[in-house]
Design a protein around this ligand. Structure first.
Ligand code: BT5
Length: 269
């Protein structure tokens, strides 16, 4: 497997702005942390990649396993002229773009577990971490992190993840070229992102996410600040929020962020 380099990715890139500058590292703590450090002097669309992450991050201090050479550990620096409240939706845009790119390669049965997990047959192979630096409503920069397990074997995962995580290789039996996948994800992301940032239009993203939702119509358990609550996921709202009916019948909208969600294994009503 070749090391990642800018040239191999640019060959497949059809975007006008995003991904035109690519920094490929050998090892880093976290590409999101590195992107945040470099964001002030970098322009919109710069991508940071690393062969491995020694402290890959999930949400809320969780870890992201990122073994050398086997995955896409990517952070995209964005500098949108947009209200900071509209940034969490970037996670949905990225999820939609990843699904479109992979489906075009013939990888099917991909599901999105709101807000930031992408699954095949119930196993997670991709996670998204959107971080932002803002002053009030003004966005300084956004770092959109994508972790995608590409050519990982079962043994590349720590034991506790072996039954809940997967990779493109494990699902398809095929070794995948990372540069092409990276370019194709960014190619799908750019139009959805530009449409949203320029006009607030999220409809294409929402259509893609709703059709592939692993949670809509299911009983779920919401976990927030140490408390589990049962609910039924009803739909996604116009801003990408998840609309749920709580056990007491109350209907509420969840904005991505602090809430974790488990789909109930036994999903009978
Ligand atoms: C996420 O968090 O799913 C966001 C992951 C984002 C990773 C990318 S890699 C490039 C960029 N730089 C970073 O430092 N991060 C981003 P969350 O929903 O909190 O899920 C974290 C949980 O997923 C962990 O607690 C594990 O249970 C599980 N997990 C960890 N590594 C995994 C992997 N490689 N594949 C599947 N599941 C994993």
């Amino acid at each position: 497997m070749n090391n990642l380099n800018q040239k191999d990715i640019l060959k497949h890139l059809t975007t006008s702005i995003l991904g035109r500058q690519i920094i490929c590292l050998d090892s880093v703590d976290s590409t999101n942390s590195e992107a945040k450090r470099r964001a002030p002097e970098r322009s919109e669309g710069t991508i940071i990649l690393s062969e491995e992450q020694t402290a890959g991050k999930g949400r809320q201090g969780r870890q992201w396993t990122s073994p050398r050479g086997k995955g896409i550990w990517l952070s995209l620096i964005l500098k949108p002229d947009i209200d900071s409240q509209k940034v969490p939706q970037f996670t949905q845009i990225a999820a939609a773009a990843i699904c479109m790119a992979l489906e075009k390669k013939g990888i099917i049965k991909i599901e999105i577990k709101w807000p930031n997990d992408i699954l095949v047959k119930g196993r997670k192979f991709c996670g998204i971490l959107t971080e932002m630096q803002s002053r009030g409503k003004t966005v300084d920069h956004v770092v959109l992190g994508i972790g995608l397990n590409v050519n990982m074997n079962r043994q590349d995962f720590p034991e506790e993840l072996q039954h809940q995580a997967t990779s493109l290789f494990l699902e398809t039996g095929q070794i995948w070229e990372r540069p092409q996948l990276i370019a194709e994800i960014i190619n799908e992301f750019e139009p959805l992102y530009s449409q949203y940032v320029s006009s607030g239009d999220l409809t294409s993203t929402l259509d893609i996410c709703r059709q592939r939702s692993a949670v809509i119509g299911k009983r779920v358990i919401l976990y927030h600040k140490g408390v589990d609550q049962e609910a039924e996921a009803l739909d996604m709202g116009p801003e990408g929020e998840l609309i749920v009916r709580m056990a007491d019948g109350k209907i509420i909208s969840l904005v991505s962020g602090e809430i974790s969600l488990r789909v109930r294994i036994n999903n009978r009503r």
